[in-house]
Design a protein around this ligand. Structure first.
Ligand SMILES: Cc1cc2nc3c(=O)[nH]c(=O)nc-3n(C[C@H](O)[C@H](O)[C@H](O)COP(=O)(O)OP(=O)(O)OC[C@H]3O[C@@H](n4cnc5c(N)ncnc54)[C@H](O)[C@@H]3O)c2cc1C
Length: 299
Protein backbone atom coordinates (compact mmCIF):
# COMPACT_ATOMS: atom_id res chain seq x y z
CA UNK A 1 0.00 0.00 0.00
CA UNK A 2 1.99 2.99 -1.26
CA UNK A 3 -0.75 5.58 -1.86
CA UNK A 4 0.39 5.73 -5.49
CA UNK A 5 -2.31 4.37 -7.79
CA UNK A 6 -1.15 1.65 -10.23
CA UNK A 7 -2.49 3.63 -13.18
CA UNK A 8 -1.01 6.97 -12.06
CA UNK A 9 0.23 8.70 -15.17
CA UNK A 10 3.56 10.44 -14.59
CA UNK A 11 6.25 11.60 -17.00
CA UNK A 12 9.03 11.28 -14.44
CA UNK A 13 10.43 8.18 -12.82
CA UNK A 14 8.74 6.19 -10.06
CA UNK A 15 10.99 3.82 -8.14
CA UNK A 16 9.67 1.37 -5.57
CA UNK A 17 11.57 0.17 -2.47
CA UNK A 18 14.44 2.53 -3.25
CA UNK A 19 17.41 2.18 -0.84
CA UNK A 20 17.85 5.59 0.81
CA UNK A 21 21.49 4.67 1.50
CA UNK A 22 22.04 5.73 -2.14
CA UNK A 23 20.66 9.17 -1.38
CA UNK A 24 22.20 10.21 1.95
CA UNK A 25 25.70 11.51 2.64
CA UNK A 26 26.01 9.07 5.58
CA UNK A 27 25.39 6.22 3.07
CA UNK A 28 22.92 4.53 5.42
CA UNK A 29 19.14 4.13 5.58
CA UNK A 30 16.40 1.67 4.69
CA UNK A 31 14.16 1.76 1.63
CA UNK A 32 11.55 4.35 0.68
CA UNK A 33 8.23 2.83 -0.44
CA UNK A 34 8.17 5.21 -3.41
CA UNK A 35 10.88 7.51 -4.73
CA UNK A 36 9.57 9.94 -7.33
CA UNK A 37 11.79 11.91 -9.71
CA UNK A 38 9.43 14.34 -11.50
CA UNK A 39 10.11 15.41 -15.08
CA UNK A 40 8.77 18.96 -14.63
CA UNK A 41 6.95 21.18 -12.15
CA UNK A 42 3.68 20.37 -13.97
CA UNK A 43 4.42 16.65 -13.57
CA UNK A 44 5.13 17.17 -9.86
CA UNK A 45 1.90 19.19 -9.40
CA UNK A 46 -0.17 16.50 -11.11
CA UNK A 47 1.51 13.77 -9.05
CA UNK A 48 0.81 15.55 -5.74
CA UNK A 49 -2.78 16.33 -6.75
CA UNK A 50 -3.39 12.64 -7.59
CA UNK A 51 -1.72 11.19 -4.51
CA UNK A 52 -3.86 9.63 -1.76
CA UNK A 53 -4.18 12.52 0.76
CA UNK A 54 -3.17 10.19 3.61
CA UNK A 55 0.18 9.24 2.06
CA UNK A 56 3.09 10.88 3.87
CA UNK A 57 5.35 12.96 1.60
CA UNK A 58 8.99 13.67 2.34
CA UNK A 59 11.12 16.09 0.33
CA UNK A 60 14.73 15.22 -0.38
CA UNK A 61 17.56 17.53 -1.53
CA UNK A 62 20.76 15.50 -1.70
CA UNK A 63 20.48 14.01 1.78
CA UNK A 64 23.43 15.85 3.36
CA UNK A 65 21.50 16.58 6.57
CA UNK A 66 19.24 13.57 7.11
CA UNK A 67 19.53 10.27 8.95
CA UNK A 68 17.08 7.76 7.48
CA UNK A 69 16.45 4.93 9.94
CA UNK A 70 17.12 1.34 8.85
CA UNK A 71 13.38 0.57 8.67
CA UNK A 72 13.06 3.04 5.78
CA UNK A 73 10.32 5.50 4.86
CA UNK A 74 6.62 4.61 4.61
CA UNK A 75 5.34 7.02 2.03
CA UNK A 76 6.72 8.96 -0.91
CA UNK A 77 10.08 10.67 -1.22
CA UNK A 78 10.19 13.48 -3.77
CA UNK A 79 13.54 13.99 -5.44
CA UNK A 80 13.27 17.04 -7.67
CA UNK A 81 16.86 18.20 -7.47
CA UNK A 82 17.90 17.50 -11.06
CA UNK A 83 14.77 19.04 -12.55
CA UNK A 84 15.08 22.24 -10.49
CA UNK A 85 18.77 23.00 -11.00
CA UNK A 86 18.52 26.27 -12.98
CA UNK A 87 20.08 29.64 -12.11
CA UNK A 88 19.12 32.94 -13.77
CA UNK A 89 20.20 36.52 -13.26
CA UNK A 90 17.11 38.62 -12.64
CA UNK A 91 18.68 42.09 -12.44
CA UNK A 92 21.85 43.84 -11.27
CA UNK A 93 21.76 42.43 -7.72
CA UNK A 94 19.27 39.57 -7.88
CA UNK A 95 19.33 35.92 -9.00
CA UNK A 96 16.70 33.20 -9.16
CA UNK A 97 17.71 29.62 -8.38
CA UNK A 98 15.83 26.34 -8.62
CA UNK A 99 15.61 24.41 -5.35
CA UNK A 100 17.75 21.60 -6.75
CA UNK A 101 20.75 23.76 -7.63
CA UNK A 102 23.84 22.76 -5.60
CA UNK A 103 24.82 25.61 -3.25
CA UNK A 104 28.41 25.33 -4.52
CA UNK A 105 27.21 26.23 -8.03
CA UNK A 106 25.20 29.16 -6.69
CA UNK A 107 28.36 30.45 -4.97
CA UNK A 108 30.64 30.03 -7.98
CA UNK A 109 28.30 31.66 -10.51
CA UNK A 110 27.43 34.56 -8.19
CA UNK A 111 31.15 35.22 -7.65
CA UNK A 112 31.67 35.23 -11.44
CA UNK A 113 28.82 37.74 -11.74
CA UNK A 114 30.42 39.87 -9.00
CA UNK A 115 27.50 39.27 -6.62
CA UNK A 116 28.33 38.97 -2.94
CA UNK A 117 28.47 38.06 -0.20
CA UNK A 118 27.96 34.64 -1.78
CA UNK A 119 31.20 32.75 -1.05
CA UNK A 120 29.71 31.10 2.06
CA UNK A 121 27.25 29.08 -0.05
CA UNK A 122 30.23 27.03 -1.32
CA UNK A 123 30.67 25.57 2.18
CA UNK A 124 27.20 23.97 2.15
CA UNK A 125 27.24 20.61 0.35
CA UNK A 126 23.46 20.56 -0.24
CA UNK A 127 20.86 22.07 -2.55
CA UNK A 128 19.29 25.53 -2.52
CA UNK A 129 16.02 23.90 -1.32
CA UNK A 130 17.82 22.17 1.56
CA UNK A 131 19.56 25.45 2.44
CA UNK A 132 16.19 27.27 2.46
CA UNK A 133 14.64 24.55 4.64
CA UNK A 134 17.54 24.58 7.14
CA UNK A 135 18.62 28.23 6.95
CA UNK A 136 22.01 26.71 6.21
CA UNK A 137 25.00 28.91 6.92
CA UNK A 138 28.75 28.94 6.93
CA UNK A 139 31.65 31.33 7.50
CA UNK A 140 29.39 34.02 8.97
CA UNK A 141 26.77 33.96 6.19
CA UNK A 142 23.24 32.55 6.35
CA UNK A 143 20.85 31.59 3.55
CA UNK A 144 17.86 33.68 4.64
CA UNK A 145 19.90 36.89 4.91
CA UNK A 146 19.90 36.77 1.11
CA UNK A 147 16.29 35.70 0.41
CA UNK A 148 14.04 38.14 -1.42
CA UNK A 149 11.22 35.68 -2.12
CA UNK A 150 10.56 31.97 -2.61
CA UNK A 151 8.18 29.80 -4.58
CA UNK A 152 6.73 26.78 -2.82
CA UNK A 153 4.49 23.87 -3.82
CA UNK A 154 1.86 22.47 -1.48
CA UNK A 155 0.46 18.98 -0.88
CA UNK A 156 -2.25 19.57 -3.51
CA UNK A 157 0.30 20.59 -6.13
CA UNK A 158 -0.59 24.31 -6.00
CA UNK A 159 2.24 26.85 -6.25
CA UNK A 160 2.65 29.89 -3.98
CA UNK A 161 4.91 32.92 -4.24
CA UNK A 162 5.96 33.83 -0.71
CA UNK A 163 7.83 36.65 1.06
CA UNK A 164 10.39 36.14 3.87
CA UNK A 165 7.89 37.68 6.33
CA UNK A 166 5.72 34.55 5.94
CA UNK A 167 8.45 32.44 7.60
CA UNK A 168 9.86 32.36 11.09
CA UNK A 169 13.61 32.04 10.56
CA UNK A 170 16.27 31.33 13.19
CA UNK A 171 19.62 29.61 13.57
CA UNK A 172 19.34 26.44 11.40
CA UNK A 173 15.58 26.61 11.68
CA UNK A 174 12.78 27.74 9.36
CA UNK A 175 9.04 27.44 10.00
CA UNK A 176 6.49 28.40 7.40
CA UNK A 177 3.15 27.31 6.01
CA UNK A 178 2.81 23.56 6.74
CA UNK A 179 2.98 20.89 4.04
CA UNK A 180 4.82 23.06 1.53
CA UNK A 181 8.20 22.61 -0.10
CA UNK A 182 10.50 25.10 -1.81
CA UNK A 183 10.82 24.90 -5.56
CA UNK A 184 12.71 28.18 -6.10
CA UNK A 185 14.47 30.99 -4.26
CA UNK A 186 15.21 34.57 -5.35
CA UNK A 187 18.31 35.96 -3.68
CA UNK A 188 19.57 39.55 -3.49
CA UNK A 189 23.16 40.66 -2.94
CA UNK A 190 24.93 43.81 -1.77
CA UNK A 191 25.97 46.65 -4.11
CA UNK A 192 29.39 47.13 -2.51
CA UNK A 193 30.39 43.51 -1.93
CA UNK A 194 33.43 42.30 -3.85
CA UNK A 195 33.17 38.49 -3.79
CA UNK A 196 36.27 36.55 -4.66
CA UNK A 197 37.15 33.02 -5.76
CA UNK A 198 40.28 33.25 -3.61
CA UNK A 199 38.20 33.92 -0.48
CA UNK A 200 35.94 31.00 -1.38
CA UNK A 201 38.91 28.68 -1.98
CA UNK A 202 40.49 29.71 1.32
CA UNK A 203 37.20 28.88 3.13
CA UNK A 204 37.11 25.44 1.49
CA UNK A 205 40.78 24.79 2.32
CA UNK A 206 40.12 25.65 5.96
CA UNK A 207 37.30 23.06 5.98
CA UNK A 208 39.64 20.37 4.66
CA UNK A 209 41.96 20.88 7.61
CA UNK A 210 39.24 21.05 10.28
CA UNK A 211 36.58 18.57 9.03
CA UNK A 212 36.73 14.84 8.09
CA UNK A 213 35.60 15.53 4.53
CA UNK A 214 36.78 12.24 2.99
CA UNK A 215 34.44 10.13 5.14
CA UNK A 216 30.62 9.82 5.04
CA UNK A 217 28.95 12.22 7.50
CA UNK A 218 26.15 14.78 7.65
CA UNK A 219 28.29 17.68 8.80
CA UNK A 220 27.49 19.00 12.26
CA UNK A 221 25.13 16.67 14.11
CA UNK A 222 24.09 19.19 16.81
CA UNK A 223 23.35 22.91 16.67
CA UNK A 224 25.71 25.07 18.68
CA UNK A 225 24.16 26.08 22.03
CA UNK A 226 24.04 29.84 22.73
CA UNK A 227 27.54 31.18 23.45
CA UNK A 228 29.33 27.85 23.00
CA UNK A 229 30.27 25.20 20.44
CA UNK A 230 28.90 21.65 20.41
CA UNK A 231 32.27 20.37 19.13
CA UNK A 232 34.07 21.89 22.14
CA UNK A 233 31.57 20.39 24.60
CA UNK A 234 31.73 16.93 22.99
CA UNK A 235 35.53 16.96 22.91
CA UNK A 236 35.71 18.14 26.54
CA UNK A 237 33.42 15.23 27.49
CA UNK A 238 36.12 12.88 26.20
CA UNK A 239 34.08 11.56 23.29
CA UNK A 240 36.43 12.04 20.33
CA UNK A 241 36.98 8.66 18.68
CA UNK A 242 34.13 7.00 20.66
CA UNK A 243 32.46 4.28 18.57
CA UNK A 244 29.22 2.37 18.44
CA UNK A 245 29.27 -0.32 15.74
CA UNK A 246 30.65 1.29 12.59
CA UNK A 247 29.84 4.87 13.70
CA UNK A 248 32.50 7.07 15.27
CA UNK A 249 32.78 10.55 16.76
CA UNK A 250 35.35 12.16 14.47
CA UNK A 251 38.83 12.76 15.88
CA UNK A 252 39.12 15.77 13.59
CA UNK A 253 35.85 17.55 14.47
CA UNK A 254 33.91 16.25 17.47
CA UNK A 255 30.51 17.48 16.19
CA UNK A 256 30.85 15.18 13.16
CA UNK A 257 29.86 11.51 13.37
CA UNK A 258 31.44 9.51 10.60
CA UNK A 259 30.44 6.24 9.03
CA UNK A 260 33.82 4.66 9.69
CA UNK A 261 33.06 1.03 8.90
CA UNK A 262 29.72 -0.05 7.40
CA UNK A 263 27.70 1.66 10.10
CA UNK A 264 23.94 1.19 10.23
CA UNK A 265 21.56 4.07 10.86
CA UNK A 266 20.89 2.41 14.23
CA UNK A 267 24.61 2.65 15.13
CA UNK A 268 24.60 6.34 14.22
CA UNK A 269 21.37 7.14 16.07
CA UNK A 270 22.59 5.31 19.20
CA UNK A 271 25.87 7.22 19.05
CA UNK A 272 24.03 10.53 18.65
CA UNK A 273 21.97 9.69 21.75
CA UNK A 274 25.06 8.62 23.70
CA UNK A 275 26.79 11.92 22.88
CA UNK A 276 23.70 13.92 23.82
CA UNK A 277 23.34 12.14 27.18
CA UNK A 278 27.06 12.34 28.01
CA UNK A 279 27.23 16.09 27.30
CA UNK A 280 24.13 16.56 29.46
CA UNK A 281 25.74 14.63 32.34
CA UNK A 282 29.18 16.25 32.06
CA UNK A 283 28.25 19.86 31.23
CA UNK A 284 24.55 20.09 32.11
CA UNK A 285 23.82 21.35 28.59
CA UNK A 286 21.10 19.87 26.40
CA UNK A 287 22.35 19.62 22.81
CA UNK A 288 19.72 19.90 20.08
CA UNK A 289 19.93 17.94 16.81
CA UNK A 290 20.69 19.88 13.66
CA UNK A 291 20.41 16.70 11.56
CA UNK A 292 16.86 15.52 10.74
CA UNK A 293 16.16 11.94 11.81
CA UNK A 294 13.36 10.32 9.81
CA UNK A 295 11.84 6.97 8.96
CA UNK A 296 11.01 3.79 10.82
CA UNK A 297 12.85 1.85 13.47
CA UNK A 298 13.54 -1.62 11.96
CA UNK A 299 11.05 -4.33 12.98
C1 LIG B 1 30.59 17.54 5.12
C2 LIG B 1 29.37 18.38 5.41
C3 LIG B 1 29.52 19.71 5.79
C4 LIG B 1 28.40 20.50 6.07
N1 LIG B 1 28.59 21.81 6.40
C5 LIG B 1 27.51 22.60 6.64
C6 LIG B 1 27.68 23.98 6.97
O1 LIG B 1 28.76 24.53 7.02
N2 LIG B 1 26.56 24.71 7.22
C7 LIG B 1 25.30 24.17 7.17
O2 LIG B 1 24.33 24.89 7.41
N3 LIG B 1 25.12 22.87 6.85
C8 LIG B 1 26.17 22.07 6.59
N4 LIG B 1 25.99 20.75 6.29
C9 LIG B 1 24.62 20.17 6.32
C10 LIG B 1 23.82 20.22 5.00
O3 LIG B 1 24.69 20.29 3.87
C11 LIG B 1 22.86 21.40 4.98
O4 LIG B 1 21.91 21.32 6.03
C12 LIG B 1 22.08 21.49 3.65
O5 LIG B 1 21.35 22.68 3.62
C13 LIG B 1 21.14 20.30 3.42
O6 LIG B 1 20.74 20.35 2.05
P1 LIG B 1 20.25 19.02 1.30
O7 LIG B 1 19.87 19.43 -0.08
O8 LIG B 1 21.26 17.94 1.40
O9 LIG B 1 18.96 18.66 2.14
P2 LIG B 1 18.52 17.22 2.69
O10 LIG B 1 19.57 16.70 3.63
O11 LIG B 1 18.11 16.34 1.58
O12 LIG B 1 17.25 17.65 3.56
C14 LIG B 1 17.43 18.35 4.78
C15 LIG B 1 16.06 18.85 5.25
O13 LIG B 1 15.60 19.83 4.34
C16 LIG B 1 14.35 19.43 3.79
N5 LIG B 1 14.33 19.86 2.39
C17 LIG B 1 15.24 19.58 1.43
N6 LIG B 1 14.89 20.19 0.27
C18 LIG B 1 13.73 20.86 0.53
C19 LIG B 1 12.86 21.67 -0.27
N7 LIG B 1 13.12 21.92 -1.55
N8 LIG B 1 11.76 22.21 0.33
C20 LIG B 1 11.49 21.96 1.64
N9 LIG B 1 12.25 21.19 2.43
C21 LIG B 1 13.37 20.65 1.88
C22 LIG B 1 14.29 17.93 3.95
O14 LIG B 1 12.94 17.46 3.96
C23 LIG B 1 15.00 17.75 5.28
O15 LIG B 1 14.13 18.01 6.35
C24 LIG B 1 27.10 19.94 5.98
C25 LIG B 1 26.95 18.60 5.59
C26 LIG B 1 28.06 17.83 5.29
C27 LIG B 1 27.86 16.40 4.85
Amino acid sequence: MTGVAENMNVQGELRYDEPMSRHTSWRVGGTADVFFIPASVADLSAFLAGLDPDTPVFWHGVGSNILVRDGGIRGVVISASKMLSYLERVDQLTVRAGAGLPCTQLARQCIRWGLGPSEFFAGIPGTVGGALAMNAGAHGGETWERVESVRAIDRNGDIHQRAPGEYSVGYRSVTGPPNEWFIEGTFHFEPDAKPSMDTMKAMLERRKTTQPLGLPSCGSVFRNPPGDYSARLIEAAGLKGFRIGGAEVSEKHANFIINRDNATATDIEELIEHVRQTVQEVHGIELVHEVKIIGEVPA
